[in-house]
Design a protein around this ligand. Structure first.
Ligand SMILES: [Zn+2]
Length: 80
């Protein structure tokens, strides 16, 4: 065997921790016509949470968005 130090093949430790904000997520990109890794971008900060959009890391096409609920959990008292 040719693995000094017992490093198993297929591991890429140099890539870890480069993007702390990047979630390990891939979504289908309509432009690339395949699933691609995505980058999350903060769009808006709302009283109910933060809205993020997800962009294809390859071509930049927006492939999705979501709103993360803030501490108010999305429930607002009715304004009267
Ligand atoms: Zn793409």
């Amino acid at each position: 065997m040719m693995y000094p130090g017992g490093m198993p093949p297929g591991r890429r430790p140099a890539q870890q921790g480069a993007y702390k904000d990047l979630e390990a997520t891939s979504l289908f990109c309509p432009r690339c016509k395949q699933a691609q890794p995505v980058r999350r971008r903060l769009l808006l900060v709302l009283p109910t949470g933060e809205k993020y959009s997800y962009h294809c890391a390859v071509c930049g096409e927006e492939v999705g968005s979501k709103t993360e609920k803030g501490p108010m959990n999305g429930v607002l008292p009715p304004l009267r």
